[in-house]
Design a binder for this molecule. Structure first.
Ligand code: SAM
Length: 254
């Protein structure tokens, strides 16, 4: 009996495409926002996209982004635009960047007890406008309320499958561990956002502590860039899969 009569049919060999490399973007970085942010954008936002940075502040995020790569719409409370009430039409934005004050101390109603006084004045200048109104709820809940209200507004202005990049840092508030990044992933899922990616940024310098009696929690020296994607109405966040955001030619925009 010939071999061909008994041998199973030859299996087609799968040809792997792509090339071996270690030059991939990793999830954890040591350094600063200005170096990491352009890499987050490059991975998740197509060139030419309309990107609204609604808490633009001093524009640190954009310092190392090549000019003209995206169409940046910059706004901030300090220049008169509240990220919870944006002047953009529904579904008109490809990607949105949100980095509000992440420490409850910067949102306290009374200016005398607000964080960022004295030797911490630089913190207030970099992280808040100093014009935040008295929040409806106190402590860490004020931080979450701001993020979630801004995310709801982001959902309105983003087009379907649009990208929302959220900067945040966990905090211990009133002796309670608040894992802001977890709270945001859960809160934004309820608003119709899929958590598409997560980056951890570790400070390269050691944080100083002015008066330490007894350490209770680990001192935080890391923050996050969370990357969300808008799940279209009627689709389940739990079943959504990462989708490439196709660039929209300028001519196709309203
Ligand atoms: C952490 S800083 C942003 C820093 C910014 N990403 C940068 O690269 O320089 C927070 C910013 O949120 C702004 N802000 C606070 N509340 C806001 C609100 N309700 N709407 C818009 N911006 C707000 C502050 O004025 C401040 O500039």
């Amino acid at each position: 009996m010939s071999q061909s009569a008994t041998a199973p049919p030859a299996r087609l060999r799968r040809t792997q495409s792509g090339s071996a490399t270690s030059g991939v973007l990793c999830s954890a970085h040591a350094g600063g926002n200005a170096a990491l942010f352009p890499q987050v954008l490059a991975l998740h936002v197509p060139d030419g996209a309309v990107v609204a940075d609604v808490t633009h502040g001093q524009g640190v995020f954009w310092q190392q982004v090549a000019a003209g790569r995206y169409r940046l719409l910059a706004s901030d409370l300090a220049t008169g635009t509240d990220c919870r009430a944006l002047p953009y039409a529904a579904a008109s934005i490809d990607a949105l960047v949100l980095d509000p004050p992440y420490m409850e101390g910067l949102l306290r109603g009374r200016i005398e007890t607000r964080g960022g006084l004295g030797s911490h004045a630089g913190l207030r200048a970099a992280y808040s406008s100093g014009q935040e109104a008295e929040p409806a709820r106190r402590w860490h809940q004020a931080v979450l309320d701001l993020y979630l209200a801004a995310a709801a507004e982001a959902r309105r202005v983003l087009r379907d499958h649009g990208i929302l990049i959220v900067k945040c840092q966990d905090e211990v508030s009133a002796n309670r561990q608040e894992l802001t990044h977890v709270q945001l992933v859960m809160g934004l899922a309820a608003l119709g956002f899929y958590a598409r990616d997560l980056f951890v940024l570790v400070r390269s310098n050691r944080p100083g502590v002015a008066r330490l009696l007894r350490q209770v929690h680990a001192r935080k020296n890391h923050s996050y860039f969370l990357v969300f994607q808008k799940v279209p109405d009627g689709q389940a966040v739990a079943r959504y899969r990462t989708r490439t955001l196709a660039p929209v030619p300028l001519a196709g925009r309203a």
